[in-house]
Write a protein that binds this ligand. Structure first.
Ligand code: ARG
Length: 465
């Protein structure tokens, strides 16, 4: 029977029940609902609704239920209960009889569901931070390994200036570091307990809500009951954090797909994360990366969808809000899976040093160096830029790199050019010169790796788990 049967003389239409019930997805809040219920039973003792002995009995039964849910959460799906809150209450009544019916005193599913979901988000955020940290660790490991892996860096997907694969890895390290800081700040705002807000106007029992919040590990209790039961900012924030991080993951994936293509061939992906073609025996497809790139669509859709769901909703609780969970759960699952896959891909790839280096040499990626050389010899930069442009056109016509031109040929473009230009045009010089903070010089990359390692070490101390 539904929790609200008394007011109704007709049973719900089967089709409505199916449409309305949320157990099929909110069963994932089982542990949180039980933990919240134990805390609530303790609060009910302080307002003389339950005796200490009754509370004890309820707590024992709830703990039994908790252990069984921890062991097999999917058992919940066998039930006809409307939602996870009804399921827990039914199970409790099965265990302790009428006493179980007292637990819902002064509480509503409206404050309960937001409490459960916030508790769930806290656990998941800790878990996500841990996984992102693993990816950051992989990126730092790769940066360390590939410090001398030279490749062209791109703008507009045109070869621009030489970089190293290490520097590329550290770029993604920065993005995922920001993703963690976004998660932490989301966590700060959602770490507030709505329990004791009742259906919308507050609970009619003089419960110490701060003590209740403490009991549940929240840093405080919400200030306003209307807001408490209708606020889902934290869902939208978490979806937004996920969307930004998935955008990072998709750019990571796309870069590697390009680097792995037959034409570019800077890296080779391992057999463990690629698949073959049913028709073309030569193929090794980067499915792992394509799926990361593709799954972003679901997450961005979840963010857009949930913002639209909440737009214009009147205060306080509305059933529309039940629609927050599926996209959130799905998003967190996808985010996790993509992070894991990114780690697997990165840890196993092989860098093709020779090909990447020759590509870095071929694309006139040292043209800026020649311009800077002219500037050092007193040519104004704009003029130097023009001279180098003409030199590049000439070199292309001769199918030679800039450093392949003879001094006599170079001098036809500017007579300030001397023998010392050849050292300047080398890849090593191009890299070494970018030695200001954040640049690609081997020395700066070393500094960045050391800083990242130190940061990771302090970040690995998790507060929430
Ligand atoms: N399943 C509901 C949800 O997820 C729980 C809250 C139900 N509240 C209510 N007044 N019907 O939103």
């Amino acid at each position: 029977m539904a929790l609200w049967g008394g007011r109704f003389s007709q049973a719900a239409d089967e089709r409505f029940k199916k449409f309305n019930d949320s157990l099929r997805f909110d069963y994932r809040l089982g542990e949180q609902d039980i933990i919240g219920s134990i805390a609530w039973s303790k609060a009910l003792v302080t307002v003389n609704v339950l005796t200490a002995q009754e509370q004890n009995q309820l707590e024992l039964a709830l703990n039994e239920l908790l252990a069984s849910v921890k062991q097999d959460a999917e058992q919940i799906l066998q039930s006809e209960a409307e939602d996870i809150h009804s399921w827990v209450e039914q199970k409790l009544i099965e265990k302790v009889g009428d006493l179980g019916k007292k637990l819902h005193t002064g509480r509503s599913r409206n404050d309960q569901v937001s409490t459960d979901l916030r508790l769930w988000c806290k656990v998941e955020i800790a878990y996500l931070i841990e996984t992102i940290n693993q990816l950051r660790q992989s990126l730092v490991n790769s940066a360390e390994k590939y410090q001398d892996a030279v490749m062209p860096g791109y703008t507009h997907l045109q070869r621009a200036q030489p970089i190293t694969f290490a520097h590329w890895c550290l770029a993604y390290y920065e993005m995922f570091t920001r993703d963690i800081s976004r998660l932490k700040s989301t966590l700060d705002r959602l770490d507030v307990s709505p329990l004791g807000s009742g259906a919308l106007a507050g609970t009619a029992y003089p419960i110490d809500r701060k003590a209740l919040a403490d009991l549940l590990g929240f840093s405080s209790a919400t200030n306003n009951s209307l807001d408490a039961v209708s606020d889902r900012d934290y869902v939208m924030e978490l979806l937004s954090d996920a969307s930004i991080s998935m955008v990072h993951l998709s750019r990571f994936a796309e870069d590697l797909i390009i680097f792995n293509s037959g034409e570019v061939n800077f890296i080779e992906l391992s057999d463990r994360v690629t698949s073959g073609s049913s028709l073309m025996p030569q193929k090794k497809n980067p499915d792992s990366l394509e799926l990361i790139r593709g799954k972003v669509g679901h997450v961005l859709g979840a963010l857009a969808g949930s913002i639209v769901t909440f737009k214009g909703l009147p205060l306080a609780y509305n059933k529309d809000m039940q629609e927050d969970k599926e996209p959130l759960f799905n998003t967190v699952d996808i985010w996790h899976a993509c992070l894991e896959m990114a780690i697997l891909v990165l840890d196993d790839l092989k860098f093709n040093y020779a090909k990447a280096l020759s590509s870095a040499k071929e694309g006139y990626t040292n043209a800026t160096e020649l311009a800077d050389y002219l500037v050092a010899k007193g040519v104004p930069f704009r003029e130097a830029h023009h001279i180098v442009g003409e030199t590049v056109v000439y070199a292309i016509s001769k199918q030679k790199p800039l450093e392949g031109l003879t001094l006599a040929e170079l001098k036809t473009f500017s007579d300030v050019i001397d023998q010392d230009v050849y050292a300047i045009l080398s890849i090593d010089s191009c890299l070494a010169k970018r030695s200001a903070k954040g640049g690609v010089s081997p020395n700066q990359v070393k500094i960045a790796i050391a800083a990242a390692k130190a940061q990771l070490q302090s970040d690995n101390i998790l507060i929430y788990k």
